[in-house]
Design a protein around this ligand. Structure first.
Ligand code: DQA
Length: 144
């Protein structure tokens, strides 16, 4: 039983990057928290991060081939314009939940649109790192 967590561009700079928006905790803090959270629920949480669109697409395809309970993805700024990541999500049957740390709707207009969310199971925004835990919980519990 595994769940894949993919963080996209610039999220390797969590903790250093705009801490007033994204907080002071690092990507390593987030990942260890999610691994522990998964363990408590009997799931292996596998965390990956890339600044490259194609790498993220390859990981989405691989998750379908190797099989996992679901994918939690924060596509970073790719959220707002990557039709290629959208198509990758649409191409698989593994459930995908989109997470954003910040409340994108309270920020610049270009962040209000997600081209990914129409093909995801759901979207969680503005709840900080807790959003990832809620997404993991939603994957485990299913849709109802
Ligand atoms: C983000 C929101 C995006 O607009 C931004 O480009 C990010 C992070 C978030 O987690 O709040 O890189 O996805």
């Amino acid at each position: 039983n595994s769940i894949l967590v993919i963080n996209g561009p610039n999220l390797n700079r969590l903790g250093m990057r705009e801490p007033d928006i994204y907080g002071h905790e690092t990507l390593a803090d987030l990942e260890s928290r999610l691994v522990e959270y998964g363990k408590g629920l009997g799931y292996e949480v596998v965390c990956k991060q890339s600044n490259f669109e194609g790498q993220i697409i390859d990981w989405i395809h691989e998750a379908q081939e190797t099989g996992c309970a679901g994918i939690v993805v924060n596509p970073g700024a790719f959220t707002h314009y990557s039709y290629a990541i959208r198509d990758a999500v649409a191409s698989i049957s593994v459930p995908v939940i989109e997470v954003h740390i910040s409340n994108v709707h309270a920020r610049e207009t270009f962040r209000h649109t997600s081209v990914i969310s129409p093909v995801t199971r759901g979207q969680i925004v503005g709840l900080g790192f807790t959003g990832y835990e809620l997404a993991i919980q939603a994957i485990i519990k299913g849709g109802s």
